[in-house]
Ligand binder design. Structure first.
Ligand code: PGA
Ligand code: ZN
Length: 433
């Protein structure tokens, strides 16, 4: 089925910033939409997000050029092409752009079209997106990783650590897992209210981090788990995204809230100490993106008991993932569509991660939309993990809720292994008591 029409629109993300929506229409009348998310704590090696840079419009953030690129050059290149051949289509987009980081046409322009084409193909086949992406082989519902406190660039640097998250360790199904995290999310509000620290939410919906030190985040989170009636470490674990690239400058790691700075090995020692004292089961970007030696050291120290996830470290980029596998720098890869810019390259990154015996974590961005594409991507690839921020705000709940719909639709074919996904990566967690 041929592509009949390609169009685009400047819409707004969950921070109210402009972003791209693309629509691909097939000659049979079926169409698909792709809404592009946007990060704040972006990695240096990500694909390029094209913004107009006109200070008089949205403080330089408008994406009118990306929209024009879709309706002009991209539309001309793909109209009349086979709309079902995702790989072929994405290859045309990559070659048309011609730069290694998609900076000419914009990764936001390219990804919008790539996602829209995937949705149009699913519409044509009359199946949900996850089934179209996987030919029906995706059946694993994700282990949800849910933010309770949001910090770093998502809270104007109020605290250095970016995401304080929880993961259910004993839930038997995806709906049960959501029930556990929703209990902890509400209990955390009670704990913060008691401390007179309840002050709204950060960009991804986690509570505003009114703490005097980074470590206080871990102790209050542990209290929230207990207040919700769960045992920290056996029933609910802590997952943390340090987004350490944002803490690293002048060859040192800085905790601004505490006025302290660390050499790489000292910073790693502090992280190892946290893991020893709090029920932390997953660490994302614990070291800066290009501190390969720091990553290797941490993996040697913690890789048997902790998931070590590279986000800015890998940027969903196959070449960086290959290097990580070669050097043994992590055991998990955060997957964000807009870090690389096409559906095909994202699927390849996930596949390579799984082939290496590592685990992918499908992730949203801090600037999100109502598009629930990633919930389908998680199930389609049997990735087993999904991270979309907290348990409030419509753009976050759209993904958690889509997972519930997919589970219902899969019926008895739906699977859930929760924290069991880590076993494949050789991570041994405490046995739930
Ligand atoms: P970002 O944050 O979307 O602002 O990059 C999410 C993350 O770091 O995981
Ligand atoms: Zn991250």
């Amino acid at each position: 089925m041929k592509i009949n029409r390609v169009s685009a629109l400047q819409i707004f993300d969950s921070r109210g910033n402009p972003t791209v929506e693309a629509v691909v229409e097939l000659s049979g009348g079926q169409h698909g939409r792709g809404l592009v998310p946007s990060g704040a704590s972006t990695g240096r090696h990500e694909a390029h997000e094209l913004r107009d840079g006109d200070p008089g419009r949205f403080s330089g953030r408008s994406v009118f050029q990306a929209v024009a690129n879709i309706e002009g050059e991209i539309a001309r290149a793909i109209t009349g092409r086979d709309g079902i051949d995702q790989e072929g289509l994405d290859q045309i987009l990559i070659e048309l752009d011609g730069t290694p980081d998609k900076s000419r046409l914009g990764a936001n322009a390219i990804l919008g079209v790539s996602m829209a084409a995937a949705n149009a193909a699913a519409a044509l086949r009359g199946v949900p997106l996850h089934a179209a992406l996987s030919n029906g082989t995706g059946t694993l519902l994700p282990w949800p990783e849910v933010q309770i406190f949001g910090g770093g660039k998502h809270a104007h640097g109020r605290i250095d650590v970016q995401d304080f998250m929880v993961v259910p360790l004993r839930a038997a199904s995806y709906p049960e897992a959501l029930e556990v995290v929703s209990d902890v999310f509400r209990a955390a509000a009670d704990v913060m209210r008691d401390r007179q620290g309840l002050a709204g939410v950060a960009d991804e919906g986690g509570y505003w981090p009114a703490f005097d030190s980074n470590e206080e985040g871990f102790s209050v989170l542990t209290k929230a788990i207990e207040r919700a009636g769960y045992a920290p470490g056996t029933e609910v674990g802590i997952s943390v995204d340090l987004a350490a690239s944002d803490l690293y400058h002048d060859e040192r790691y800085h905790l601004g809230l505490e006025g302290r700075s660390f050499a790489s090995a000292e910073f790693a020692a502090m992280v190892i100490d946290w893991v020893g004292r709090y029920p932390i089961v997953s660490l994302e970007d614990p070291m800066a993106e290009d501190d390969w030696a720091g990553w290797q050291g941490l993996r040697a120290a913690l890789g048997h008991r902790c998931q070590l996830v590279g986000d800015d470290h890998f940027v969903t980029n196959l070449a960086r993932i290959e290097q990580g596998i070669r050097l043994g720098s992590a055991n998990a890869v955060l997957i964000k569509l807009n870090q690389i810019g096409t559906v095909t390259e994202t699927l390849r990154a996930i596949r390579r991660t799984q082939q290496a015996g590592w685990v992918p974590v499908i992730s949203a961005r801090s600037g999100e939309t109502e598009d629930a594409f990633i919930a389908h991507l998680a199930v389609a690839t049997n990735a087993g993990q999904l991270k979309v921020g907290s348990f409030c705000r419509g753009e976050r709940m759209a993904k958690w809720n889509e997972g519930l719909r997919i589970e219902g639709e899969l019926g008895t074919r739906a699977r859930y292994v929760g924290a069991g996904v880590l076993a494949g990566a050789g991570v041994v967690l405490p046995v739930p008591g």
